[in-house]
Design a protein around this ligand. Structure first.
Ligand SMILES: Nc1ncnc2c1ncn2[C@@H]1O[C@H](COP(=O)(O)OP(=O)(O)OP(=O)(O)O)[C@@H](O)[C@H]1O
Ligand SMILES: [Mg+2]
Length: 248
């Protein structure tokens, strides 16, 4: 069996008996695959990630990782298997310094000091955080906090890395650094984004959601997008049209 993640008929509502925010979603993801999830505000993308990472438990349908039900994972295994960088980095940062923030998970997982320092240096450099190591996370700018939240989770190197709007608020050079870091990160990745350029740069497969339902799951090839996922095709076409109109 090759599937790393298998989601079957997933349904979730924040209020018992209320509307389904995730409404019968099914998909599979293989080892090493990178998938972008896109869709309008309120489509249920962040909610889906919260379920996939085991934070929302009150769902129906099933989520399996390597053939094992997500609900059966103990906390520590779960942490190392699926981990999420939240949409808002403020929800994720709580240590006194940037360095401690990146090292926190590694200490908890019992990684040796040398191993932890090696990973700290690698992810700090990859995400351009070296200058900030002794600063308080709360004193960073929003984009810098975002990069720190990314480093603090990527350093765990979970089997499935989930990122919620990772490129939002990043300047172009930081975005390029992140694209390069993700290209070198060989585990499976699920990336929720509103940024079509970023999605095209980091993934080969797109899942598009609307109103809690999955309405497209496939490649970025023009014919398929045109026929089945008109909104993304329109966004790419509009951008090309604007660039051409400016003589670019
Ligand atoms: N804790 C919550 N309690 C009740 N409703 C919620 C809660 N969190 C989200 N929702 C609702 O669930 C729906 C989906 O929200 P979600 O954050 O998953 O959307 P999204 O696709 O990530 O949107 P965005 O692109 O704006 O980030 C929205 O209508 C939202 O109001
Ligand atoms: Mg969201």
């Amino acid at each position: 069996m090759n599937n790393l993640i298998s989601v079957e008929n997933l349904k979730f509502s924040y209020d018992a008996g209320g509307a389904f925010i995730i409404d019968g979603v099914s998909f599979k993801i293989n080892h090493g695959e990178t998938v972008s999830i896109m869709g309008p505000n309120g489509a249920g993308k962040s909610t889906l990630l919260l379920a996939l990472v085991g934070i929302l438990k009150d769902y129906s349908g099933s989520i399996e990782i390597s053939g094992r039900k997500l609900k059966d994972f103990d906390e520590k295994t779960l942490y190392k298997t699926v981990n999420l960088v939240f949409q808002n980095p403020e929800n994720q940062l709580f240590c006194d310094t940037v360095e401690e923030e990146i090292l926190f998970a590694l200490k908890n997982l019992g990684v040796s000091k040398d191993g932890a320092v090696e990973k700290l240096n690698f992810y700090a450099a990859s995400l351009g955080l070296e200058k900030f190591m002794k600063l308080e996370p709360q004193h960073l700018s929003f984009g810098q906090k975002k990069r720190l939240a990314l480093a603090s989770v990527m350093v765990i190197e979970p089997e499935v890395l989930m990122l919620d709007e990772p490129s939002s608020n990043l300047d172009y050079s930081s975005k390029l650094k992140l694209i390069e870091t993700l290209a070198g990160f060989k585990k499976a990745k699920i990336i929720v984004t509103q940024d079509i350029h970023f999605a095209l740069a980091v993934s080969e497969r797109l899942i598009y959601m609307e109103n809690g339902s999955l309405i497209y799951d496939g490649g970025f090839d023009a014919d398929n997008l045109k026929r089945k996922c008109g909104s993304i095709y329109k966004e790419i076409s509009d951008f090309k049209g604007l660039a051409a109109a400016r003589g670019l």
